[in-house]
Design a protein around this ligand. Structure first.
Ligand SMILES: C[S@@+](CC[C@H](N)C(=O)[O-])C[C@H]1O[C@@H](n2cnc3c(N)ncnc32)[C@H](O)[C@@H]1O
Length: 256
């Protein structure tokens, strides 16, 4: 049975049974989305009751100046990451070539391709299925991103003016919070207290950056000093961290 407007009271009932009145904003998003009219009511009920994130139920979500198709194969783009895009925008970097490592939905690469509309932008991911979603999201930029599969730098050639990454950085022994249960594990967890991937990226980035090139890395607030140390050891300069919307140290940027 397809969802029609007359099913809205039923959807409200299912939603309230799951969330009470604690998440009315989510219900409004759901009812405003074009899922009402295109989805099977029974499927929707199962999804709501299972706790599937609203963004994945709707199948798309806004990020910075774009709207991104999502699936269970990519991380839901986060407001923390939007802060990094804005910082890059206002930094007035001179960028002809940009690399996004671990591109997921493609949200970082695509938003940067809009800001730096003359730059060549590459987005890589180890996950083939994430890349299918990233390529689907390429519709919204005139300056098409070149998405391809790579285990970090393995298939990446040449040098860049800007390297950005929001890699997996949660310690793999951490208990999974319920809201992360539906996200791909390879997007979230990294060995060595969550630092293994980020340190690999730091150690291999310098040789892929042009002389005045910049690196921007998202991380958890408690990783900030390890990342500063690693960047110093790798001879990076002007190392600074930036805050997310909750005032936590969420990203670090540095110059080659
Ligand atoms: C935290 S998600 C970030 C997704 C997207 N950039 C964003 O900010 O929403 C990390 C991404 O890194 C990818 N990834 C994990 N290990 C990787 C590797 N060894 N090489 C390339 N990408 C990898 C995951 O598949 C995932 O898409």
């Amino acid at each position: 049975m397809r969802i029609l407007k007359e099913h809205i009271p039923e959807i409200k009932k299912i939603w309230k049974a799951k969330f009470g009145s604690t998440y009315d904003e989510g219900l409004r998003f759901l009812l405003d989305s074009d899922k009402v009219g295109s989805k099977n009511l029974a499927t929707l009920q199962i999804e709501i009751e299972s706790g599937k994130p609203l963004q994945q139920i709707i199948g798309k979500w806004s990020f910075y100046n774009g709207e991104y198709f999502l699936g269970s194969n990519v991380l839901i783009p986060r407001p923390e990451t939007e802060v990094i895009i804005e910082k890059i925008r206002v930094s007035k970097l001179n960028c002809n070539r940009i690399l996004d490592l671990g591109t997921g939905s493609g949200c970082i690469a695509i938003e940067l391709s809009k800001i730096f509309s003359q730059a060549e932008v590459l987005g890589v991911d180890k996950s083939a299925s994430a890349l299918v979603t990233a390529k689907r999201n390429n519709y919204q930029t005139e300056n098409k991103v070149n998405f391809f599969q790579s285990d970090w730098f393995a298939n990446v050639n040449g040098k860049f003016d800007l390297i950005v990454s929001n890699p997996p950085y949660i310690c793999e022994t951490n208990k999974i919070e319920p809201d992360l249960l539906f996200e791909p594990k390879e997007a979230l967890f990294s060995k060595d207290n969550g630092l293994k991937d980020i340190l690999k990226i730091i150690n291999e980035s310098r040789e892929h950056l042009n002389p005045k090139g910049s690196i921007f890395l998202e991380h958890s607030p408690e990783q900030v000093s390890s990342i500063k140390d690693a960047l110093e050891n790798a001879q990076f300069k002007d190392i600074q961290y930036g805050l997310d919307l909750k005032g936590m140290a969420r990203y670090t940027h540095a110059k080659r």
